[in-house]
Design a protein around this ligand. Structure first.
Ligand SMILES: C[S@@+](CC[C@H](N)C(=O)[O-])C[C@H]1O[C@@H](n2cnc3c(N)ncnc32)[C@H](O)[C@@H]1O
Length: 251
């Protein structure tokens, strides 16, 4: 999976390039990340990438010409067959809110181009002429699209084989599985008077699996009952949920 990120602040991406699981995936060649400085595509010698708003108003607007040139240059480096399948994503508080379906869609693409807005936002012609997807990471406003782009790169990269170990590692995660995950424990077996549930130390794998599934269902019912409407539930899941007072859709 190849990510090209267009930004005014390429250094911001050092965090994901250097640290933790994603940094290791990049160094290991499982994921590649090019950060492109939009200013390098500016047409004047000062590298001007933003300007005042037509009509007046607070804040600068990112100019269309450097962003078009940067995206076109990124597209030129992608093989023809992959180019049409490559999403060109604008990070924006006006976009579709990032969720698992969107992450899955992006993870199936050969790569992605991400455009980070800044200041008051981008010239509308960028949205009209270049962008295939507009994505928000939540209903609040950030100062720039860099953090949003990092969130997208991180969430999508988890679905690149081997980035987080086996496929099982991601399939059991909250939301991805359709439910919230069961509680997790590690050593010590007792901490400040809080013991690890005995069943997890019993060595009985069938009982542990049943307990985890029930914890997962109980937690989802309590914290995110909306997920139960679409979660893949077995008949015994439904019986268990009904015993907790769930009156959801029968199977
Ligand atoms: C200060 S915001 C501009 C917001 C713009 N004035 C508006 O009201 O839609 C600057 C940039 O941060 C990014 N951004 C802000 N909030 C975001 C969010 N919730 N999700 C994704 N990107 C966001 C976008 O790239 C945006 O162009």
């Amino acid at each position: 999976m190849h990510f090209t990120v267009l930004t005014l602040f390429p250094d911001a991406f050092r965090f994901i390039e250097e640290y933790s699981v994603l940094g290791r995936a990049i160094r290991g060649g499982l994921v590649s990340l090019d950060t492109v400085d939009i200013r390098e595509y500016a047409t004047d010698r000062h590298g001007t990438a933003d300007d005042y708003q037509f009509g007046g108003g607070p804040g600068m607007v990112m100019k269309p010409d450097p962003v078009f040139a940067a995206v076109e240059s990124a597209l030129a480096g992608i093989p023809d067959a992959e180019r049409v399948a490559t999403p060109i994503v604008l990070t924006s508080p006006q976009g579709d809110i990032l969720n698992q379906d969107l992450v899955n869609e992006f993870a199936n693409a050969p790569g992605m181009i991400l455009v980070c807005g800044h200041y008051a936002g981008i010239d509308e012609r960028i949205r009209e002429g270049l962008i295939t997807h507009e994505v928000s990471i939540g209903d609040y406003v950030l100062t720039g699209g860099e953090l949003a782009a990092m969130v997208i790169v991180d969430a999508v990269s988890r679905f690149v084989p081997e980035v987080v170990g086996s496929a099982e590692n991601v399939e059991h995660d909250s939301i991805t599985s359709g439910l919230l995950q069961h509680p997790l424990y590690t050593r010590p077996a007792e901490f400040r008077g809080m013991p690890v549930p005995e069943i997890l130390r019993s060595g009985n794998h069938a009982d542990i699996e049943r307990w985890r599934r029930q914890q997962s269902l109980e937690r989802t019912l309590s914290l995110r009952p909306d997920l139960l409407e679409t979660a893949p539930l077995t008949n015994s899941d439904r019986v268990f949920l009904a015993s907790l007072g769930w009156s959801g859709v029968p199977g």
